[in-house]
Design a protein around this ligand. Structure first.
Ligand code: LP5
Ligand code: MN
Length: 240
């Protein structure tokens, strides 16, 4: 059983290299897998499922639909950029959206999958922002606006985010050790895979006397990369 895990592609018309890498990955390397997990931030941002057939998104949706139809089941956990992906996207592409955290079995081990932003509990401003935009009433009000307006708001939020990150210490934008330990305890998993922080690594941790491994996925920046489970072990692919 071969399973690929990818995240943080941040696909957008402004980054054609990542789009090309993703389209190429879906017709070549990913076809060797028996399943694909996308752990959030597939898109730079997602303004709502009614944008799935917009000029840029059509190519991505078509490629995903062809990939799933070719026989590779694909599941997705939403990220902080594309949390508005929903049922219509699933209907269009065949990609199943699953609520985080997800427990899967890899070999003999339980493995916890998540985007990773919930672990960044020291970033109080972000967690407050997250609670606001994950509120269904807030989302309904946002989605009731015309698509062009939503694009403007999303672009504005991206700019605000970039600005606000400049004023934050790097440590607060990483995961909090206690939040990681608690996630391991709550799930009984000994493996964890997440993205979001853009700090690809393999961290070995002692949680209550058990060695637990936290894998952090890389972001794409124009080339396909992630982790592959080959039936026995997890290995990075595509990282420079
Ligand atoms: O994304 P990234 O890597 O730059 O930084 C994240 C956190 N930022 C975000 C914001 C996203 O980048 C923008 C999301 C676009 C989604 C568009 C679709 C739908 C929008 C509305 C849906 C209901 O997630 C950043 C973290 C960083 O990760 C590291 O973990 O620090 O957090 C922030 O920058 C948040 C700020 O600290 C606080 C919020 C500033 C903006 C407040 C404006 C609120 C008004 C909203 C009006 C629409
Ligand atoms: Mn993210």
């Amino acid at each position: 059983m071969t399973i690929d895990f990818i995240s943080d592609l941040h696909l957008s018309p402004a980054e054609p290299a990542s789009t090309d890498a993703f389209l190429g990955y879906l017709v070549h390397q990913a076809r060797e897998a028996d399943a694909l997990w996308i752990l959030g931030d597939l898109f730079e941002y997602w303004a709502g499922d009614d944008d799935v057939d917009g000029p840029f998104n059509t190519a991505i949706a078509d490629a995903l639909q062809a990939f799933v139809t070719a026989g590779v089941p694909t599941k997705l956990i939403v990220g902080n950029r594309d949390f508005l992906l929903g049922e219509a996207f699933t209907h269009r592409t065949g990609v199943e959206i699953v609520a985080e955290p997800v427990n899967i079995v890899l070999g003999e081990q339980q493995c916890l999958l998540l985007h990773g932003d919930v672990l960044c509990t020291d970033d109080h401003a972000y967690q407050q922002f997250r609670s606001m935009v994950r509120n269904p009433a807030w989302q309904a009000r946002f989605l009731a606006q015309p698509l062009a307006v939503r694009h403007e708001i999303a672009e504005d939020l991206r700019a605000k985010s970039e600005m606000s990150k400049q004023g934050k210490a790097l440590e607060i934008m990483d995961v909090n050790a206690d939040a990681v330990a608690q996630a391991f305890r709550d799930s009984s998993a000994s493996l964890m895979i997440h993205g979001h922080t853009h700090r690809p690594a393999r961290h070995a941790l002692n949680i209550d006397g058990t060695t637990c491994i936290r894998h952090v996925l890389p972001d794409w920046h124009g080339h396909a990369c992630g982790l592959r489970w080959d039936g026995k072990k997890l290995q990075s692919f595509g990282s420079p």
